[in-house]
Design a protein. Structure first.
Length: 237
């Protein structure tokens, strides 16, 4: 269990680091947009090369498909519930993507870390490339989200506690995956991977990419390609 706790903490530490970086200085809209675009590209690579590919290899298309649907619907309705309580939709694109990005990080991070724990229990060890890809994709997501929330008037204490909470829950998910792995069928890994991919894809299209384009301008597309290339290269090492 200690190994799952350790590697889970390492993988999620970039979430807290990103929040801290956002607090050290005021980030301009242009920089936040480019950072978000880079993170979006890295997350697209994670969906393609880690979650979808890994899930299909372990659980098959039916398991991944079920997970995709569950993850997509979970993020969709959870985000709409947040929206209804805060009136965000009327201001979309004007500093309102911070909370949805944090929600996406949680809904992606929990199954992703559970898969990490399952892999440790199976004796597969920890892939340095996977850890690096997760770290790289989490960091800009956290920086962009935190800067967005701070600009919208959220306190530093709120932002830091939010990301600490997300990191703790995701780390515990790695321990949980390690604990249940012995009796887990391969299909479960496929469902878990699919869930993370589905939640990520909806979050990317609904919150992260529109915010990146609105803030980063025409350079957002190029930054997305760079983020995709970096994360894909790490995944394929």
């Amino acid at each position: 269990m200690l190994d799952a706790l350790l590697w889970g903490a390492v993988a999620t530490s970039s979430l807290v680091l990103g929040a801290a970086l956002a607090m050290l200085r005021r980030w301009s809209d242009g920089v936040v947009g480019i950072v978000l675009a880079f993170g979006a590209g890295a997350l697209i690579a994670a969906v393609a090369f880690e979650l979808a590919e890994g899930g299909l290899a372990e659980g098959g298309p039916l398991a991944v498909g079920a997970g995709l649907a569950a993850g997509a619907l979970t993020f969709f309705f959870a985000d709409r519930a947040l929206e209804a309580g805060s009136g965000r939709r009327s201001n979309r694109g004007h500093g309102t993507a911070g909370v949805p990005l944090a929600l996406g990080a949680l809904l992606d991070g929990v199954p992703e870390q559970a898969v990490l724990g399952i892999g440790l229990a199976a004796g597969d060890g920890v892939s340095a490339a996977l850890l690096a890809a997760v770290f790289i994709s989490n960091l800009p997501e956290s920086v962009g989200s935190s800067a967005d929330m701070l600009r919208a008037g959220r306190s530093r204490r709120f932002v830091l506690l939010l990301w600490l909470g997300v990191a703790v829950v995701c780390t515990l998910a790695a321990v949980g995956g390690r604990a249940i792995a012995e009796g887990a069928p391969p299909a479960l890994t496929g469902v878990v991977d699919g869930f993370a991919a589905g939640a990520l894809l909806v979050m990317l299209v609904d919150a992260m990419i529109p915010e990146a384009r609105a803030k980063g301008g025409t350079g957002a597309g190029l930054a997305t390609v760079v983020g995709f290339a970096v994360a894909a290269s790490l995944s394929l090492l």
